[in-house]
Design a protein around this ligand. Structure first.
Ligand code: C2E
Ligand code: CA
Ligand code: CA
Ligand code: CA
Length: 281
């Protein structure tokens, strides 16, 4: 029995070691990818629920690995955050997303182009000069600030430098950029937290949307978020809508906007234009 315990311990040690090596390898591959620019963006439509028309798109990063193919962010965002590589990667994401909206504006003119929503990590937001970086990127791509939305997760707002974060968000908003709270409901903030904050959009997390057709509690919660946000002149996006039943409940609750596989999965740069043309004709 003693021998078995020892073997188990060894296996555990080896497992830890493998995991560490894997993380280090991932980190160095990611570092390389950042230097070589091995990323691309996919775009998922944010639709007007009553009509299904796209009002905006969320930019979602993908890693185009030379041998492993396209890798989704759940496999590398955490390491990117920990290592700080999210900062240069995020800078690229913002620039690329704005170049894309600039293209859409040219291609779709004189019709208005949908807006672009970009995820911003805590680390990026804490970099000194982030606000200036956004301003400069808008300036050199020629995109009006009204065409940009920044998505910040609720947890960003829970740290000690909260006041500075809110001040920067206020500045960005005064420039005309819209601010969205991402994954709302997964953190600890209460609904009251939304009051008197420079927020335009509340994105309700998929976990609540999944349960609204089966359970009264999430239904009431989502209903509460929607009515409070409305009374605060904020708009709401329900995330992860996968079927018609969810959409119908959300419509009944008065949710104006939604996103999810029911409408479209995230689309590559060429597919997205085809999707826009097909959905407006
Ligand atoms: P998120 O911001 O909450 O993005 C929504 C995620 O849900 C995306 O996964 C999207 O593909 C997926 N999704 C959309 N509709 C549905 C649906 O109907 N059902 C299901 N099951 N999933 C749906 P993705 O692209 O893998 O991104 C995962 C997360 O990675 C994002 O979650 C975001 O937190 C992060 N992320 C993605 N791109 C960036 C980026 O450029 N910068 C930063 N900082 N984070 C990013
Ligand atoms: Ca998001
Ligand atoms: Ca989200
Ligand atoms: Ca999420």
């Amino acid at each position: 029995a003693k021998g078995a315990g020892k073997n188990q311990w060894r296996r555990y040690q080896r497992h830890l070691h493998d995991e560490m090596v894997e993380r280090l390898e991932l980190r160095s591959a990611l570092d390389h990818a950042v230097n070589e620019g091995h990323f691309l963006l996919h775009y998922q439509p944010i639709v007007d629920l009553p009509t299904g028309a796209a009002v905006g798109f969320e930019a979602l990063v993908r890693w185009h690995h030379p041998t492993r193919g396209v890798i989704t962010p759940d496999q590398f965002i955490e390491v990117a955050e920990e290592s700080g590589l999210i900062v240069p990667m995020g800078r690229w994401v913002l620039e690329e997303a704005l170049r894309t909206v600039a293209d859409w504006r040219r291609i779709l003119a004189p019709a208005p182009a949908p807006y672009m929503s970009v995820n911003v990590s805590v680390r990026q937001f804490r970099e000194p000069g982030f606000v200036d970086q956004v301003r400069a990127a808008l300036h050199h791509t020629g995109v009006p600030p009204e065409s940009l939305m920044l998505e910040i997760t609720e947890t960003l707002l829970m740290k000690d430098d909260e006041q500075r974060v809110w001040a920067d968000l206020g500045t960005l908003r005064e420039m005309g950029i819209r601010i969205a709270i991402d994954d709302f409901g997964t953190g600890y903030s209460s609904l009251g937290y939304l009051r008197q904050r420079p927020i335009d959009v509340v994105k309700i997390d998929k976990t609540f949307i999944d349960d609204i057709v089966v359970s009264a509690q999430p239904l009431a919660l989502v209903g509460g978020i929607i009515s409070l946000a409305r009374s605060l002149q904020m708009t709401i996006v329900a995330e992860g809508i996968e079927d018609v039943a969810h959409r119908d409940v959300l419509l009944q609750l008065g949710c104006p906007l939604g996103q999810g596989f029911l409408f479209s999965s995230p689309l590559g740069p060429t597919e997205v234009l085809a999707w826009m043309r097909a959905s407006t004709s």
